[in-house]
Design a protein around this ligand. Sequence first.
Ligand code: NG6
Ligand code: CA
Length: 510
Amino acid sequence: MRTTIMNRFLLATLLLSFAVTTNSQTSKNKKPNIILIYTDDLGFGDVSSYGTSAIPTPNIDRLAKNGVRFTNAHATSATCTPSRFSLLTGKYAWRKEGTGIAPGDATLLIPVTTTTLPGMLQKAGYNTAVIGKWHLGLGDAKGINWNEKIKPGPAEIGFNYSFLIPATGDRVPCVFVENQQVVNLDKNDPITVSYTGPVDPNAPTGKKNPELLKMHPSHGHDMTIVNGISRIGYMKGGNAALWKDEDFANILVQKATAYITQQKANPFFLYFSTHDIHVPRIAHERFAGKSGFGPRGDVLLQLDWTVGQIEEVLKKNGLLENTLIIFTSDNGQVIDDGYKDDAVEKLGNHKPNGIYRGGKYSAFEAGTRVPFIVSWKGKVKAGKVNDALFSQVDLYASLAALAGVKVEAGQAPDSKNYLQVLLNQSNKPREFLIEQSINSTLSLLVGDWKYIEPSKGPKINKDTNTELGNDPKPQLYNLATDPGETKNLAEVYPERVAEMKLKLDNIRQK
Ligand code: NG6
Ligand code: CA
């Protein structure tokens, strides 16, 4: 009798301790990690699972195969800075002056008083990081001193760790900034940056010294030369800190790998912002010449490799079941964006726009309709397609819901919780969606209808050969019957035009 009781006690203790260990090992109650892979200038049709790409992207396609592929998801803007501003604040960038494409010496565009997307997640116990392209400005009105700790920056708006390409690959300063300090800076060779004129009148530039270039500009980009490529803006000094474009993808993957591995025990949010496939398109030698479509195709292969590496490190650390992966782009495609890199000549049968009109900078669909893939092993059903109208501005409120954070009044004012859509448990479309073009022409999408407000802006960006969608008259398209925006129906449906104009005016004034 005594032994039976003893045995039962032992068995119960054993079972209990087993349950406790299993529970902690599977981290059942742990909040899911979130990785946002934010690519640059990737068009709707650049990913092969989207149907019109001639360049294989097997790693990105595998994410889609194991998850859900959205066909009507949008960046908020057709350029980088405003899309990123809206993504991190849950507020349309056009509500704030000075949030267009930021110069390389712009001050931090997000006020430090904002509870940003990462700041909100920190409150829920997340460790947060940004690795890659920033392009949201750094420092304050005193101007940036690149030779000291640069403040304010990502740390002041909710990121625990940052490793940045401070603006873009084609803008100076061409240095990495880790936790707000230039990496490998030699104190005896300080950095000076200017966007108004040469810092050193004797230094070679792309304009004066084309013989020094390994890649030549097609428009703009003819100032300071770094790594045989002329850039936008002037810089002097910081020689030991200068980057090599060929190493971008490797370095960003290394940094992400280290971060994920270090943080695997905590819930983490990684905003992984690739340089690819922005200009200058300089692939590592593993990819250079490999696509058959010139450098643009090569950096697309490199981007695909990058995505594969991120998935691999999650797999290695046993994190796939507890990590939500979102893959998308900051704006649509562009072919010639300022360098003679054969992108036009070697485009062949590759269709980076899919069936859509326009591209980066444009009010037409290809400006903001981008690839958008969500994958979460065991949580999001594999191999699905979701056609719901979805905006990146809603990632804020949707991820708040996922993390169990209440969004306070006034915080993320334009963001709505569409978590169920994000996880493909629903295909409820957003009630309306707004697109912003380079000259801030706004378009309103409701159901199948798209209204583009009248604009005096140019019809074509001659440099990039992009139709910008501007017209002094209102435009109305039915995207269900005419996804290529070829028939302006504004004169056929004047009431609908008036109704959509009024709605857009109301949203603008909110
Ligand atoms: C444009 C640049 C373009 C690119 C873009 C920003 C010129 C002539 N063109 O002004 O090359 O850098 O800005 O791209 O300078 S984005 O993806 O960051 O919005
Ligand atoms: Ca971009």
